[in-house]
Design a protein around this ligand. Structure first.
Ligand code: HEM
Ligand code: HEM
Length: 465
């Protein structure tokens, strides 16, 4: 028996909150996907595409993503440090403040308060709230790690440390602004500098919210749930340091063919191509870990979530660098290809890995088994089908859009009008909504399974008491 108690209440609180905000974000996602082919669903002023799209991205990146990252990182840090959180009351307050901040963020975005910087839309009073939340997280993570009872630092801790430091720097720098009232501010960077800083931030938001903390989960829960030790600690460390070094120089690949100086674009493209190596370091490590016993794919229901998750990460990290190359960028940039890329990462890699981690944590916390492996398998297949259908339809329509926009007549005039091009997207956008519905049903199976597992655990605890 351990001589200490883990703070599971806060972990549970964050997990339940992240699921709640995930539902909000996904429902809004479905709505905006319908708005694209049924404009009547825009209901001014609050329920228009412009306002709802940012509720979707913030709801899922901050509400689902960061909520899960807070809770699951606390879980991992406590286990790897072999001690409870250093400041459990602070962690509880962190949870309450987090929910208040996400609710206010959603309301402010619906109300149209927006800095117009992608993934940094929140106005300055909420930015200050986000910084306070992050400091609370950092204090508990670093405090607990410093006072740890286990000397060795497993790779997941390094990924969590990188997340804490990088997000703090990125968020503060990109949000530097001069307030002009409570709901309006002006960024300190202007013109091409503003774009450069914004995409340095934007790409690293992907790197340090959708990548490093998710890799922390992957490295911790894959061996835990399969019972197979990670294939190579050395490879995990080499991949970690090269990943965090390379990521920070790549943001300008979002600005290929813009007025940004050419050398900055080229530098970013070179670092971007290099990024394949450390990304695949983790992919290979995952495959070789399960490679010692592939039968786990059949016998252990979580293995396929992790292996499919890391496979999508692998595909994403080949597709991403390819998109940065000039000749590819000039075809797919500004098209639906990009949401296809985005949702392979978010629905495939992030949501699958996070859901699998939650499947591992909840039964452990409640001292029970998962309610139904069958339901978990149904969840797996539905989100897989929904995600593939979403991304593939967007890739097809993206290439079509790019080709139509570039087609010219012999005299140099455009071959297709804007409306001709637009009409061709409709069938694909409708298919995307169907894909979203399939994915959403899959997520409902997940939520049901978690809810029933909690009920089962509570009933068991009551009967033992
Ligand atoms: C080596 C890894 C990756 C590289 C080099 C990369 C590269 C890129 C590039 C070049 C774009 C811009 C495409 C364009 O607009 O022309 C992009 C967009 C994006 N990527 Fe990736 N990607 C990588 C991995 C990921 C992962 C793992 C995710 C996780 C979800 C992700 C999420 C996104 C998002 C959200 C955008 C859209 C940004 C926006 O324009 O709003 N990427 N990526
Ligand atoms: C039912 C599932 C989902 C549906 C129907 C959906 C739908 C959409 C739609 C219609 C857009 C706007 C695309 C555009 O502007 O052309 C979008 C953007 C986005 N969604 Fe989703 N989404 C879903 C799930 C998710 C999930 C689970 C995440 C994150 C965890 C996510 C993150 C994003 C991001 C980051 C963008 C911005 C992409 C960009 O700027 O290129 N979505 N989504």
């Amino acid at each position: 028996m351990h001589d200490y108690q883990y703070d599971h209440q806060t972990v549970k609180g964050f997990i339940v909150s992240s699921i709640f905000w995930g539902v909000v974000g996904i429902v809004v996602g479905l709505w905006i996907s319908i708005q694209m082919w049924k404009p009547e669903l825009n209901i001014p002023p609050y329920f228009t595409f412009g306002r709802m799209r940012v509720v979707h991205t913030n709801g899922l990146a901050i509400g689902l993503g960061i909520g899960a990252i807070f809770g699951i990182s606390y879980y991992i840090v406590m286990r790897l440090a072999r001690r409870p959180l250093l400041f459990p009351k602070l962690a509880r307050f962190h949870l309450y403040l987090f929910n208040a901040a996400v609710a206010l963020a959603a309301l402010s975005l619906f109300a149209g308060m927006n800095q117009t910087l992608e993934y940094a839309e929140l106005e300055w009073p909420l930015d200050i709230g986000v910084v306070i939340l992050w400091v609370m997280f950092a204090v508990n993570v670093f405090g607990t790690i410093i006072k740890r009872k286990e000397e060795q630092m497993y790779i997941s801790l390094w990924y969590i440390i990188a997340t804490v430091i990088a997000v703090a720097i990125l968020y503060i720098v990109n949000n530097l602004a001069v307030p002009a009232g409570m709901t309006k501010s002006y960024p300190v960077f202007a013109g091409v500098n503003s774009a450069n800083v914004q995409w340095w931030y934007g790409h690293n938001a992907v790197g340090f919210i959708f990548t490093t903390p998710i890799l922390a989960m992957f490295y911790y829960f894959l061996p835990k749930s399969t019972g197979l030790p990670i294939y190579s600690h050395r490879l995990s460390i080499v991949a970690f340091w090269s990943l965090v070094f390379a990521y920070l120089w790549t943001g300008a690949h979002h600005l290929v063919y813009t007025p940004l100086p050419d050398w900055i674009q080229t530098l970013a493209i070179v670092f971007t191509l290099f990024l394949i190596a450390p990304s695949w370091g983790s992919v290979v490590n995952g495959y070789y870990t399960v490679g010692s016993d592939w039968s786990k794919m059949q016998t252990n229901y979580l293995t396929k979530f992790f292996i499919m998750g890391i496979t999508f990460y692998g595909l994403q990290t080949v597709q991403g660098p390819t998109q940065a190359i000039r000749v590819v960028s000039q075809l797919i940039h500004y098209t639906d290809w990009v949401p296809g890329h985005v949702h392979m990462g978010t629905m495939g890699w992030v949501t699958m890995t996070t859901a699998a981690s939650i499947y591992h944590i909840i039964p452990k916390i409640y001292n029970t088994e998962i309610y139904s492996i069958k339901v978990a398998n149904t969840h797996f297949w539905l989100v897989l089908i929904g995600q593939l259908m979403f991304s593939i339809t967007m890739w097809i329509t993206g290439i079509q859009q790019g080709a139509l926009w570039k087609a010219t007549n012999a005299d140099g005039s455009l071959k297709y009008t804007f409306m001709e091009g637009l009409a061709k997207n409709y069938p694909f956008w409708q298919l995307r909504t169907v894909a979203g519905v399939i994915f959403t049903v899959g997520m409902l199976f997940f939520i049901y399974n978690i809810y029933m597992t909690i009920r089962k655990g509570r009933a068991l605890a009551a009967s033992q008491a």
